[in-house]
Design a protein around this ligand. Structure first.
Ligand code: OGA
Ligand code: NI
Length: 255
């Protein structure tokens, strides 16, 4: 506990060790702890918030970051092509090589009454996409499909990729961010690692013009990722309501 407190996060920087998301009074509390780090770009890395031990942690995290950045940038090219755009288009909207990444390591302890709480309340991830590495043996992650919660079966040696809110915004709703939550267990603790691949924080993001047409008006208002993230950090996880709140409300048509 002493060491955890030494690395405790604050609502200001958000980095380090913590146990809640949402600083607003009344935000729901979840049954889990996490460690949150900025891992890219190097200018945002605050080594003081990185645990000093084990000594392999820092070089391993660096290497993991470089490999996952490559994977995410490659997936961005595939997703661009899927939208009929040139392959660098989504990356360009993310600020090219000014993209960012954070790592969140989640720990969900055993819970004596798992049906009374959640490890992580329903939410969609705010950034671009998330590469999740989950426990091979302990289930917990659920995704919402057609209104129902579906448990994700862990597949050894594989990642789970979540589309997050900013890809929904840029694609003008063609790709949808996935709503997900985490259940807790009374018999097993669970660890997961979420690598969040994000746009540059101070560029306004809006639907890509080529994807906006008379019969497909822009669904979202422009907003920078910084503004969006602050909003979420204050309110805590709330399903998909955050990205929904960015939606342009169609004006009433007078005939
Ligand atoms: C997250 C998340 C899922 C998990 O950290 O945003 O959704 O399985 N984690 O821990
Ligand atoms: Ni998530």
């Amino acid at each position: 506990m002493e060491i955890k407190q030494q690395y405790a996060n604050s609502p200001k920087t958000y980095e380090g060790y913590g146990s809640r998301l949402g600083t607003k009074k009344g935000a729901s509390l979840d049954w889990g702890d996490y460690y949150f780090l900025h891992v890219h770009p190097p200018s945002l890395i605050n080594q003081e918030k990185w645990p000093a031990l084990p000594s392999s942690l820092r070089p391993t995290t660096d290497e993991y970051t470089q490999e996952l950045l490559k994977l995410c940038r490659r997936l961005m090219r595939v997703l661009s092509k899927g939208l009929g755009l040139k392959e660098g288009r989504l990356q360009e909207a993310f600020g090219g090589d000014k993209d960012g990444a954070c790592l969140r390591v989640n720990f969900y302890p055993k819970c004596p009454q798992p049906d009374l709480t959640l490890g992580l309340s329903p939410h969609s991830d705010p950034g671009g996409m998330t590469v999740l590495q989950v426990d091979d043996h302990v289930k917990g992650l659920q995704v919402r499909k057609d209104g129902a919660w579906v448990t994700v079966q862990p597949v050894p040696d594989s990642f789970i990729i979540n589309i997050a809110d900013q890809i929904e915004v840029l694609s003008n709703g063609a790709y949808k961010s996935v709503e997900h939550r985490v259940m807790v267990s009374s018999t097993a603790e669970r660890l997961s690692m979420a690598f969040f691949y994000n746009p540059c924080s101070d560029i306004p993001l809006a639907p890509i013009p080529q994807l906006v047409m008379p019969d497909r008006p822009p669904l979202f208002l422009p907003m920078t990722f910084n503004e969006y993230r602050l909003y979420i950090r204050k309110n805590g996880p709330k399903g998909k309501s955050q990205v929904e709140s960015l939606k342009i409300v169609p004006k009433a048509v007078h005939v």
